[in-house]
Unconditional design. Structure first.
Length: 174
């Protein structure tokens, strides 16, 4: 039995998944778990990996109308002729394999020594720094900050810094 992509109302994906349990053999809503700043505090936020979309397995010949007209469903991803497009099983299997405890966690791309970063939070917000190294299992980073005509090494939470540019300044590390 094939999988299909269901377009749902935004922020109603999990409710639609529960509604579809009656008319589908199986539903899958890949969830993303990431840290975000909410009211000036870092919090773990769980949301749909593909906002407004989920996957359902059903027999299109028998259940298409029931699925299409389920409350909260906007549409079933379809071809130009109106027939639903099946999603390859390997996509679902791959998404499930990447899930840990039911959530997909996206790891940030690594920084490279000498890479220019911008400090996005904390008392040094808005300043630029040069990446030196990852610390404590990637949760903290060591950076060089230009203060009062000298370079000062600082340790910051990784979430406080972002890539500023792809330019590597190796001469500043010496």
């Amino acid at each position: 039995m094939p999988w299909f992509c269901i377009h749902s109302k935004r922020y109603k994906e999990s409710w639609v998944a529960r509604q579809l349990m009656e008319s589908c053999d199986e539903t899958y809503l890949p969830l993303l778990r990431q840290q975000r700043v909410v009211r000036r505090q870092r919090k773990w936020v769980i949301e749909a990996l593909f906002p407004g979309y989920l996957f359902a397995r059903f027999c299109a010949e028998e259940r298409f109308r029931a699925v299409r007209y389920t409350p909260g469903v906007v549409n079933v991803l379809s071809a130009a002729d109106g027939g639903p497009i099946a999603v390859d099983e390997t996509i679902i299997v791959t998404l499930r394999q990447r899930s840990t405890n039911g959530y997909v966690e996206v790891t940030p791309a690594p920084f490279f020594p000498g890479e220019e970063l911008e400090i996005k939070e904390g008392p040094f917000q808005g300043l630029r720094a040069l990446f030196q190294q990852e610390l404590k299992a990637g949760e903290r980073v060591a950076v060089l900050l230009e203060l009062l005509s000298s370079r000062v090494r600082m340790e910051l939470p990784r979430m406080y810094v972002e890539r500023k540019s792809g330019v590597v300044h190796e001469q500043l590390l010496a």
